[in-house]
Design a protein around this ligand. Structure first.
Ligand SMILES: NC(=O)c1ccc[n+]([C@@H]2O[C@H](COP(=O)([O-])OP(=O)(O)OC[C@H]3O[C@@H](n4cnc5c(N)ncnc54)[C@H](O)[C@@H]3O)[C@@H](O)[C@H]2O)c1
Length: 434
């Protein structure tokens, strides 16, 4: 058996802070409050509903993950965040229209109390949005204001630990620049109001600077730059991202590993979506869509390894489209047409029509990520990129020199084995009786 890590006990609440309190964030908060009251089950959450096998198959030890790990109890969570609109979580959830009004009305007293703090926002980075509930100052001053918000939140809510999960809108496409290369250059960039530093990076900096773990649910660069990785290592803050793995990409990472396992070829994969929520409206801007497109496209290449399998995947044509269509609200429809081929090259087709509720799939990921990042921090996991949490992301951030693993089943094995190791249990290799 490996040695169990020393896991610091919890001496207060865990504060989960979300920059962006729209559909995903409000569905997450409302869901946890409903679960606390016994009104709903935490469906979709690995930490709350999942079991983990320990030891040999013959041992018959399969505890619930939440009984195996010393995770924060759902009753010991405080919720907070920032948004450019002043809506309470109740109003945001009603606007989002994801959960039923009858349920939200039962949670109204709790949800109305949770109001966003003033955001760090700049329309340059999200062209389709504008709001008045925003802070002012240089980028460095804005980061300092966010850190002050976090300190205040901690005191006011009796928290001893915080985690931050970006649930804000997708920003325009950006690439690494010299401003992001070192912490020194980055901090100078904050002082100089560098255009290379969008709001999501200012939130990430503020969190990491305070040693607060940071997960990025959107495809923006955000915490994924060398300067912030350097800071995260120094401050033992776990970082992970990017872009919650939900909807169509979740289906892709479930199906594609299956085709590859059976050596079935793929000639083309055409994916199109209609969605009508605010996220859809933001993604209607080509610059925000580009960020999303890059994140969605990378998945198949890494799962299918066309270099290794040129006959099966060398000519794959992969296309992704997102269309803003207001009548659908958050109820996205994602179509996939997959042209596959089998024995002797004979073609076949698969059509997937996923009538998906995006935020219903994303909300449990926010919960799991917050609980697991907090656990990792208390267990003394080194700061920086938390590859074991790739399971939750469309475009997992990797340490330099490693390619991302997109296959959801490999990601799940990695997650479970990391947790086993953390708790001093043997990893499971599936060899022999194992
Ligand atoms: N719903 C999903 O399944 C899913 C999956 C993967 C990724 N995402 C990403 O998660 C994010 C949230 O999605 P959503 O459906 O909740 O969108 P949403 O538009 O309902 O909510 C986003 C919120 O962020 C706020 N915001 C924007 N910039 C901000 C800033 N700088 N500071 C504070 N608040 C800011 C907006 O005002 C809005 O209320 C998006 O980037 C989306 O692409 C969502």
């Amino acid at each position: 058996m490996s040695e169990k890590m020393q896991i610091k006990p919890m001496n207060g609440k865990l504060g989960i802070l979300t920059p962006g309190m729209g559909a995903v964030s409000s569905t997450f908060v409302a869901g946890v409050v409903a679960i606390r009251k016994g009104l709903r089950l935490p469906i979709g959450s690995f930490t709350q509903m999942g079991h983990i096998r320990l030891g040999k198959r013959t041992d018959d030890r399969q505890p619930l993950v939440k009984n195996f790990l010393p995770l924060s109890d759902l009753n010991d969570i405080a919720f907070g965040g920032w948004d450019i609109f002043e809506d309470s979580v109740y109003d945001a959830a009603i606007n989002a229209g994801v959960l039923e009004k009858e349920l939200l009305d039962q949670l109204k007293p709790e949800l109305e109390q949770i109001k966003p703090m003033k955001a760090v926002f700049d329309k340059y980075y999200v062209k389709k949005l504008d709001g008045k509930h925003v802070k002012t100052g240089t980028k460095m001053e804005l980061a300092e204001q966010l850190m002050q918000d976090m300190e205040n939140f901690k005191k006011e809510n009796g928290c001893d630990r915080l985690v931050m999960v970006w649930c804000g809108s997708t920003e325009i496409y950006m690439e690494n620049t010299p401003t992001h290369a070192t912490l020194e250059a980055f901090e100078q960039g904050l002082r100089d109001d560098s255009v290379d530093i969008p709001p999501s990076m200012i939130y990430a900096y503020a969190a990491i600077k305070m040693g607060v773990p940071y997960a990025n649910g959107a495809p923006n660069l955000s915490g994924d730059v060398p300067a912030l990785e350097e800071l995260a290592k120094e401050n033992q803050a776990g970082v992970c991202g990017k872009d919650f793995k939900t909807g169509q990409t979740l289906m892709k990472t479930i199906l594609a590993p299956g085709f590859k396992a059976r050596q079935l070829g793929i000639a083309g994969w055409f994916s199109t979506n209609i969605l009508g929520n605010r996220d859809g409206e933001v993604l209607d801007d080509p610059e925000s869509f580009k960020t999303k497109e890059v994140s969605k496209l990378s998945v198949l290449d890494t799962i299918l390894q066309p270099d290794l399998y040129p006959d099966l995947y060398g000519d794959l044509y992969h296309k992704v489209r997102i269309n803003y269509y207001p009548p659908r609200g958050d109820n996205k429809e994602g179509w996939d047409n997959i042209d596959i081929f089998g024995w002797c090259g004979r073609p076949m087709q698969i059509k997937v029509d996923f009538l998906c509720r995006d935020s219903i799939l994303a909300a449990p990921l926010v919960l799991d990520l917050a609980l697991l990042l907090d656990l990792g921090k208390r267990a003394g996991m080194p700061g920086g990129i938390q590859e074991w949490l790739s399971f939750y992301f469309k475009s997992p951030v990797m340490p330099e020199g490693l390619t991302a693993e997109h296959d959801i089943f490999i990601q799940q094995t990695k997650l479970k084995n990391t947790l086993r190791t953390m708790m001093g249990e043997e990893v499971i290799t599936h060899v022999g009786e194992d």
